[in-house]
Ligand binder design. Structure first.
Ligand SMILES: C[S@@+](CC[C@H](N)C(=O)[O-])C[C@H]1O[C@@H](n2cnc3c(N)ncnc32)[C@H](O)[C@@H]1O
Length: 193
């Protein structure tokens, strides 16, 4: 599968193919485990996991771009505002993988760490400080400070990989991203990635 993002003129004005960071670490999710695509937009990452045999929960405040998946046996769609209070709309549920991309609401970060099942995976990728030089988002509320994802998740999860820097893919943008697992033992890292 092509893992490099492409850009179109959809509602989200964003990439429609999965991030290479997500496809790289997705195999660390326990096979067949339940996946949460949080602030899913068009659900490009949940669709990737769905295609690899996972059941997926797609959550967004506007789920119109995943309605084509309604009724799919392995799909649950939740329409909810993540910024409405101190809990998550799936409180108490645990996930084999949680994926968040291009969305940041800091109060929920500790809640996400708690929602990763034992042996499960968290992948988070969004814009970092410095991105304001190039494109939106420019509001610092939506830009991660260097090391912020490490601080948010590193004490509860085992960090497998972390990056913060300027990428050209194809437009310049400052990205911070992490892959972490809820496990103590080392995980297998593919030799060709
Ligand atoms: C830039 S899009 C990213 C979509 C997807 N994660 C991706 O990378 O393709 C940001 C998404 O966050 C969702 N969102 C923004 N604020 C939200 C909120 N308060 N609660 C739930 N979803 C929200 C938007 O509806 C939008 O789908």
């Amino acid at each position: 599968m092509n893992s490099e993002p492409t850009y179109d003129k959809g509602r989200h004005l964003g990439p429609t193919t999965p991030s290479s960071w997500v496809t790289r670490f997705a195999p660390l999710a326990p096979a067949d485990g339940l996946v949460l695509d949080l602030a899913c937009g068009g659900g490009r990452h949940g669709r990737h996991f769905l295609g690899h045999g996972h059941a997926v929960v797609f959550l967004d405040r506007d789920v119109s771009d995943v309605q084509d998946l309604a009724g799919h046996a392995n799909v649950e769609i939740i329409e909810a505002d993540l910024e409405g209070g101190g809990t998550l709309p799936f409180a108490g549920r645990l996930f084999a993988a949680i994926v968040v991309t291009n969305y940041l609401w800091r109060p929920i970060l500790p809640l996400l760490a708690d929602a990763v099942a034992e042996g499960g995976l968290l992948i988070y990728e969004t814009f970092g400080l410095g991105n304001e030089e190039y494109s939106r988002p420019r509001n610092p509320d939506h830009l991660l400070r260097p090391g912020e994802l490490l601080d948010a998740f590193g004490k509860d999860l085992q960090v497998v990989a972390y990056e913060h820097g300027l990428r050209h893919d194809p437009k310049p943008r400052v990205i911070q991203r992490i892959a972490a697992v809820n496990a103590n033992a080392p995980v297998a890292i593919e030799p060709n990635s």
